[in-house]
Design a binder for this molecule. Structure first.
Ligand code: SF4
Length: 495
């Protein structure tokens, strides 16, 4: 299907695209009049000093439908400038018109398509807004459901004690270390990850380059008087490394980055088939306090379909080994909306997870990304309808609550099988501080290793620039000196 989205003001047309995609995810959207389209949408805005208005007209063949949203500038509190409010009203008008026109139920997030919605709540809390006013604003200004508004506010309030002051953000950073290797590549994976077939030749030179980067950045961080608050060793699957290599890597991390200010080191051990008691004991000895073991589902058929090549028994064994090694914070990831899964599958998975008694649970809604294998067989990997996925998410949420957990971070992704969210849950006192800092973007996070992203955040204004290491390990290895120099420069300019 081809849809035209037209306006005298191109910025408004661009603004509306995300909303149109909520209703027509596969449509080609054109921003110029080119004829041959099935639907024409015309958007416009008006402001007369007291009222602002967003208007949309939909023309399909001879049928004409229109929607207008008007807001009184004096009676509603608007935290944004006029330009952003005009854009928001156009989105609202589009959203309401397309909900009525298509008969599709309005999604619980309304017009909010951004991936870090809790940042809006933090901004309003910073400005002194009361939670009930924020709730009213989110439900009226974004057409967000009351449940989602409450969830956002609940999470943001829980996070406040972890957000850094301007002074702290000028002193404390976090580090992400990416090991871009896994036993096999999962069908849905869009991360930098290369399958390891019995010791790929790339691992050794990659680890040497990574050691240089860790030492180089560690030196620069110390010279600038900065301290590392949290470290996340992810990927990929770091536990795919041999016990000796993992121990050596953690030793370098400890010597180069860890100080008395370091409150947490997490090790991603996502694939249970890579976990051994030696690796876990070494990690504990090196100060790793949190480990992530990810079943994704406990349905063996689904595990096979998504290419995970591990059994549920291996998950159980990995959890037992982690406890034996002394870990008292274990995270488990699950994915909702996996191909062919039903609400009964999710119920089974959540019962199995409850029996593992993890301290953290991360519930993802399946996203079909361009970089994944699943996109090539999109028609073959059918997810459940949106309403069904919503029910599954609710089952997972209930299960987390029954395990004594509370939601403590949330983000959304593009291309989810249903436009919902990913939520991290925790038992009290087991929050992963890194995850909060990473999502809320109030701390500089330096990414080291394959495909790792860095976010340089200006303390106080929270202005942010991003930078990514090359995904390809060969490119990363050959350009390592240049990568280190560029990152040190960026860090200095934000000091
Ligand atoms: S374990 Fe994670 S990083 Fe590795 S292939 Fe699967 S999804 Fe990708």
């Amino acid at each position: 299907m081809i849809i035209e989205l037209l306006s005298d003001n191109k910025e408004l047309a661009v603004t509306g695209q995300d909303v149109v995609r909520l209703f027509y995810p596969d449509a080609e959207i054109r921003l110029v009049h080119a004829g041959e389209c099935e639907i024409t949408l015309k958007v416009a805005v008006y402001a007369d000093g007291q009222f602002i208005e967003g208007a949309v007209e939909l023309i399909k063949g001879g049928i004409f439908t229109a929607e207008q949203v008007t807001a009184n500038m004096k009676s509603l509190p608007f935290p944004d400038d006029l330009r952003n409010n005009l854009k928001r009203l156009v989105k609202l008008a589009l959203f309401r018109l397309l909900s009525k026109y298509t008969g599709q139920p309005a999604g619980p997030w309304g017009i909010l398509t951004g991936i870090r919605p809790t940042k809006i709540v933090h901004r309003l809390l910073d400005e002194g807004w009361r939670p009930d006013c924020i709730n009213q604003y989110l439900t009226t200004a974004y057409d967000m459901s009351k449940d989602k508004a409450e969830l956002l506010i609940d999470i943001a309030l829980r996070q406040r004690i972890y957000l850094l002051s301007e002074k702290e953000a000028g002193e404390l950073i976090s580090i992400y270390i990416g090991i871009p290797f896994c036993p096999t590549r999962c069908a849905y994976c869009s991360f930098p990850s290369y399958p390891v077939e019995n010791g790929t030749k790339l691992i050794e030179p990659f680890l040497e380059a990574l050691a240089c980067e860790i030492k180089g950045i560690g030196k620069a961080v110390k010279a600038m008087g900065l301290k590392v608050q949290t470290i996340y060793v992810g990927g990929g699957t770091p536990t795919v490394l041999s016990s000796e290599k993992l121990l050596h890597l953690l030793d370098i991390i400890n010597n180069s980055l860890v100080s008395e200010a370091t409150v947490e080191i997490t090790l991603e051990a996502g694939r249970p088939d890579t976990i051994t008691i030696e690796k876990l004991k070494s990690a504990r000895e090196q100060g790793v306090a949190r480990v992530s073991i990810n079943p994704q589902t406990t349905n063996p058929g689904t595990l096979e379909v998504i290419g995970r090549r591990h059994s549920v028994q291996q998950v159980a064994d990995a959890v037992a080994m982690a406890r034996l090694a002394g870990f008292n914070t274990i995270n488990m990831d699950v994915i909702i909306g996996l191909p062919g899964e039903t609400t009964a599958d999710v119920e089974n998975t959540m019962s199995a997870i409850a029996a593992f008694e993890p301290e953290n649970l991360t519930v993802h809604t399946m996203a079909v990304k361009r970089a994944s294998r699943i996109i090539e067989a999109k028609d073959h990997f059918k997810a459940a309808p949106a309403r069904e996925v919503e029910k599954m998410l609710y089952i997972a949420q209930e299960a987390a609550v029954n395990m004594g957990m509370k939601p403590y971070y949330l983000y959304r992704q593009k291309n989810m099988v249903s436009p919902l969210e990913n939520v991290g849950y925790t038992r009290s006192g087991h929050e992963c501080v890194y995850n909060i800092q990473m999502i809320e973007e109030r701390q500089t996070v330096i990414g080291l290793g394959g495909g790792a992203g860095s976010k340089f955040v200006k303390a106080g204004t929270w202005y942010l620039t991003s930078h990514y290491n090359p995904k390809d390990p060969d490119v990363y290895i050959s350009r390592i000196n240049e990568i280190i120099a560029m990152k040190v420069d960026k860090l200095r300019s934000f000091d």
